[in-house]
Design a protein around this ligand. Structure first.
Ligand SMILES: [Mg+2]
Length: 259
């Protein structure tokens, strides 16, 4: 399988990728146990598409405004463009599944090949950063110079499939891929570090026996949760990492607005 660690190291040394070096980039994610259920990966990817379609119709609303208008959203809302209440995914799902498609076709993540796909295809609900990336690519810049210094969530939302080529043989190359995949569009330290941390969280979730209870995480619950996460997730997020949970978070609901 292709290993982008050297490429990542080169870009890091040259100051081309906007992220600081850290221990995480030398650590292997934990091995998946024998008999790992690969349908979980399918679930993760379908979850991405379904979550995208559920949120698509209220994108960019504040949690409070969304809750006041719709309560907790548990089904698809009427789509303002298509007019019916079905699951219409958008850019999040497109970009994520093109990432998967690229890895399957090329036998691993290849940033140049993925950048080409992102640059040339029609994207629904495209954000400013990805639009600027496409402009840069169209102007003839090499892929590693097309990423925009933006800390938007447009790379985080599509990053999940980056762990797929690493499932059988986990190595530190996973973090290099997460970082490079992010910088294609979002060359920003917050965006890159967030992607690496999120991939670590997803990897942890794949290894868990049961889903963690989000509703049980109140003040103090975050610390309990943190104590249960792997060294990899902690390394990715740093020692002074805190989840800032709202002061009042109604138990049992993951979708309630911040108090
Ligand atoms: Mg979107």
């Amino acid at each position: 399988m292709m290993d982008n660690s050297f490429r990542f190291r080169e870009l890091l040394t040259a100051g081309r990728i906007r992220v600081r070096d850290g221990e995480i980039f030398r650590q292997s994610p934990p091995e998946l146990r024998d008999g790992f259920d690969f349908s979980r990966v399918e679930g993760m990817l379908l979850g991405l598409a379904i979550g995208n379609a559920l949120g698509n119709t209220t994108e960019s609303q504040s949690p409070r405004a969304r809750y006041e208008q719709h309560g907790e959203i548990r089904d698809y809302l009427r789509h303002p463009y298509y007019g019916d209440a079905r699951g219409y995914p958008s850019d999040d799902t497109q970009l994520a599944f093109w990432t998967l498609e690229q890895a399957l076709e090329d036998g691993g993540f290849d940033p140049a090949s993925l950048a080409r796909r992102f640059a040339r295809r029609r994207i629904f609900g495209i954000g400013n950063t990805v639009r600027q990336f496409q402009f840069n690519y169209g102007a003839g810049k090499p892929w590693e110079r097309c990423g925009v210094p933006s800390a938007g969530n447009g790379a985080l939302m599509r990053i999940a499939p980056i762990l797929v080529p690493h499932l059988r043989y986990p190595s530190p190359a996973l973090w290099a891929d997460a970082a490079l995949c992010t910088m294609i569009t979002h060359n920003d330290s917050m965006a890159v570090a967030s992607s690496v941390a999120f991939v670590a969280v997803l990897w942890d979730l794949l290894t868990m026996d049961e889903a963690p209870e989000l509703g049980s995480l109140g003040p103090g619950g975050a610390a309990r949760h943190r104590a249960g996460t792997s060294t990899v997730a902690r390394a990715a997020t740093g020692s002074d990492w805190r989840i800032r949970w709202p002061a009042r978070w109604p138990s049992g609901s993951a979708a309630a607005p911040p108090a």
